[in-house]
Design a protein around this ligand. Structure first.
Ligand SMILES: Nc1nc(=O)c2c([nH]1)NC[C@@H]1CN(c3ccc(C(=O)N[C@@H](CCC(=O)O)C(=O)O)cc3)C=[N+]21
Length: 300
């Protein structure tokens, strides 16, 4: 058996086209231009590229894009003051503070400073609570992207066994909430799980979100299972020349394609969906801030 490849890059393009339509309608019918502010501290080159990508795609869907670059040694209070300014700026409907932050800044303080109404990452306790009980609001970007790909591929997820490997606040925990809402039987596995291969072998849906390159082996995958690889790991690739690197996921991709029914590649799988869902969340928050019902095709 050879898995079909779930093309996240292509799906994200389609999603962005739908977002652009919603943005157009918000502008023409309500005179609202959704705006996304991205805050980056320091000059990490990978983060710079990622932030530049977000700004470009934000503009492409017709939204306003605001970028704030702060020096790596910026005092914590200055960052908190900037967030407060963005909280009260009517042109800004979404605030994303690029993580990780330098060690002298407490990420929890920063997250708690963001108005939940503008928290497009779904990092604030208020929005995590809403997600958990199913109230409208932003939905964690990476889990939302994974859910959209799964629904598109499978139609319904009802009754399926889903195993999530990784219990982070960022991906594992919100992913579990979304899959539960779609009536999956959800197992959360992690570094202390006993006999991880056997647990993964039960899964109709595998979500790999451990952050360890190629850790999930091909022979752990049940024949026909759908594999969503959230990992983005850069590893040395001497076969491409000295000092070269390449991106791999948390799944050992080639062997996994032997048994999986479908699988997301890295790159070109979940990554592009994360950015598209950030834009989707900005349409959601812009709608809710203005007392409008958010578009149902952009959320869980
Ligand atoms: N507050 C906050 N929210 C985030 O959502 C957030 C963050 N901080 N900090 C950094 C991580 C990382 N992240 C990525 C999203 C898309 C790709 C992506 O599109 N990757 C491409 C490959 C890009 C390449 O070639 O390097 C792909 O998978 O196809 C990567 C990484 C969001 N993050």
């Amino acid at each position: 058996m050879s898995a079909s490849v779930i093309d996240g890059k292509h799906f994200a393009e389609g999603l962005r086209a739908r977002i652009a339509e919603h943005v157009k309608r918000l502008k023409s019918a309500h005179d609202i231009t959704p705006g996304l502010a991205v805050v980056i501290v320091g000059h990490d080159s990978a983060s710079q590229i990622y932030v530049a990508n977000k700004a470009k795609q934000t503009a492409e869907v017709g939204m306003a894009s605001f970028k704030h670059e702060l020096p790596v040694d910026v005092p914590e209070q200055e960052l908190l003051d900037l967030i407060e300014q963005l909280n009260t700026n009517d042109r800004v409907h979404g605030i994303l503070v690029q993580m990780p932050l330098p060690d002298h800044i407490d990420p929890n303080k920063v997250i708690n400073a963001i108005s939940p109404a503008k928290d497009v990452d779904c990092f604030t306790p208020a929005n995590v609570g809403k997600l958990t009980i199913g109230l409208p609001g932003p939905v964690s970007c990476t889990p939302l992207g994974c859910l959209m790909l799964l629904r598109d591929h499978l139609g319904t997820l009802s009754g399926l066994d889903a195993v999530i490997v990784g219990r982070s606040n960022l991906v594992g925990k919100p992913m579990a909430q979304l899959l539960l809402r779609d009536n999956c039987t959800v197992t959360m596995a992690h570094s202390r799980t006993r006999d991880l291969p056997e647990v993964v072998r039960r899964a109709d849906i595998v979500i790999a979100a451990v952050g360890r390159p190629q850790m999930i082996r091909g022979d752990w995958i049940k024949p026909g299972a759908v594999v969503i690889d959230v990992g983005i790991n850069r590893i040395p690739a001497p076969e491409r020349g000295e000092g070269k690197t390449r991106l791999v996921g948390d799944v050992d991709y080639v062997p996994a394609t032997q048994s999986a029914g479908a699988i997301t590649p890295v790159p070109g799988g979940v990554g592009p969906m994360t950015i598209a869902c950030l834009l989707a969340n900005t349409v959601t928050t812009a709608s809710l801030i203005n007392g409008l019902v958010p578009p149902s095709d952009l959320t869980a």
